[in-house]
Ligand binder design. Structure first.
Ligand code: ZN
Length: 496
């Protein structure tokens, strides 16, 4: 058998001002653009990603493997159309040569200049060149799924965790079911549904309610063999198109009835709890004052309005300014994205003093917000190449590159500055630069949930800090035009 295995992952925040060209699709290891051919295996085999599970399954059944392309970029603005065309054409070209199955590792919340749903478009194109090809897809928990996606896939699974620590397992679940189908053991049928529900990303993790019971119901049904695969998707709310929402996908065996019944039960439970997916926003100054009064450490301050893992610039300085204003001491700040500042700091050299305008270089016209740098002064404490390998539970084994990275010691506040963006989901982000996170009183990090993978176990307290940016928790800031309406909670009276 000949299997084609490929990856295309991007979570598009349609309000982000940051471009997403093809060259950004190789974020791991500082690679310029996607990985091709054998590079894919080199970059992803043995890591906690769906594509790694596909590679293992293919080896286990002795299949020939073709890996045309694997690309993922940090969340940001819409993907360049030529980037999507390159990825889609490379996958289709591999398929058309002839293969027995296609295994895809997709995000599901990508948007391009032209397409609201490029994943559905990709699957449709594959089906056009190979109408009966069995296709397994593992999607991110934040996928916003469409009818076109469902109609053109054979098997679909999703991550069941946020932070995403079961990415390999999601690939394994999808891949195994497709192998059983290839063997003629089963006859997969898909039932699905999507709710007009914008969940808040700080209220949608399956680790806690209200989502926990919903996900647990799906997990139990799959474990008990009532259906082949059952998945729930929290959706990615910071995007403006008709597919945004919570969705379910249930793969049944032959009989669609059981799959439809489970899909409906999952949707009904999520909808019933819709008010609990709303996040009440506390002003940042109140959160930081609350953190200042706490004992022990580390106290993790999670600034979630400018999280690059949801498309944020990672250069909004409001939270840093506020912790300085309130006089918090012994605090390390996760990387601020500012390539120009990195160059200035490197020119100054380790051990020397420098004053500069840090961050705030990016305007955010979609939400009417201008970038505002913060004037800081300090001593250059470290300069690194920004490279480390993830040892924590999320994307374990991945090689990460922050680009050139510097640490500026501004008295009680140590600020990291990097050339590339990265959501801090692994302690290596601090440790590679000589900062031991367990020894700090405070850690200020730009994240939402993914930090929990590594930082929750070491945190004495976690304090969520709201702030300006394109990941703001105030949905009133976003000029939504293309969402399906009515949608909850923008339209409180919305019905399913
Ligand atoms: Zn995600």
């Amino acid at each position: 058998m000949r299997f084609v295995i490929a990856m295309m992952r991007h979570e598009t925040n349609t309000f982000s001002p940051l471009p997403t060209p093809l060259s950004s699709f190789g974020r791991t290891g500082g690679h310029d653009g996607p990985f091709y051919g054998d590079e894919v295996v080199e970059a992803y085999a043995g890591t906690n990603n769906p594509i790694a599970a596909y590679l293992d399954l293919a080896r286990e059944v002795g299949a020939e493997v073709v890996t045309p392309i694997a690309g993922e970029a940090w969340p940001g603005g819409p993907v360049a159309d030529d980037a999507f065309e390159t990825i889609a054409n490379t996958i289709c070209d591999s398929v058309v040569v002839g293969c027995d199955a296609l295994f895809l590792d997709l995000h599901g919340a990508m948007v391009t200049g032209l397409y609201d749903d490029p994943e559905g478009r990709l699957l449709k194109r594959v089906r056009t060149v190979a109408p009966d090809l069995p296709i397994a897809v593992a999607f991110d928990f934040h996928a916003n799924l469409s009818a076109e996606t469902i109609e053109n896939a054979t098997i679909i699974t999703g991550y069941r965790t946020y932070p995403h620590v079961d990415m390999y397992e999601a690939g394994r679940r999808a891949g195994r079911t497709l192998l059983r189908s290839l063997n003629g053991e089963i006859a997969p049928v898909i039932a699905w549904g999507s709710l007009p529900l914008l969940t808040h990303m700080l209220r949608q993790t399956p680790a806690r309610q209200p989502m926990k019971d919903v996900m647990d119901m799906a997990i139990a049904a799959e474990a008990e063999g009532k259906v082949l695969n059952a998945s729930v998707f929290g959706g990615f709310p910071l995007a403006d198109h008709p597919h945004v929402g919570v969705s379910t996908v249930v793969v049944g065996d032959g009989d669609a009835g059981a799959a439809v019944q489970l899909s409906e039960a999952l949707l009904a439970m999520a909808w019933e709890r819709r008010a609990d997916f709303v996040y009440p926003v506390e002003p940042a100054e109140d959160s930081i004052a609350r953190a200042k009064a706490l004992d022990g450490g580390p106290i993790v301050l999670v600034e979630h309005g400018d999280n690059c893992g949801a498309g944020g610039n990672q250069d909004v300085m409001a939270a840093v300014e506020e912790v300085m204003r309130q006089g918090l001491e012994d605090i390390a700040v996760s990387p601020v994205w500012d390539p120009g500042a990195v160059a200035e700091i490197i020119d100054a050299g380790v051990g020397n003093q420098i004053a500069l305008d840090l961050g705030g270089k990016t305007d955010m016209p979609a939400i009417n917000l201008e970038g505002r740098p913060l004037r800081v002064a300090g001593r250059v404490r470290a300069i690194t190449d920004g490279r480390f390998t993830v040892t924590g539970p999320m994307m374990t084994g991945m090689r990460i590159s922050l680009g050139r990275t510097a640490v500026l010691d501004c008295g009680g506040v140590e600020i990291m500055v990097s050339e590339e963006r990265m959501e801090p989901f692994d302690l290596g982000v601090f440790r590679h630069a000589g900062i031991e996170p367990t020894q700090k009183k405070y850690l200020l990090i730009k994240s939402r949930q993914h930090f929990r993978a590594a930082f929750e176990p070491i945190a004495k307290h976690i304090v969520e800090v709201a702030g300006p940016g394109v990941c703001s928790s105030d949905y009133g800031l976003f000029p939504f035009e293309k969402l399906r309406r009515p949608i909850y909670p923008l339209d409180p009276g919305a019905t399913r």
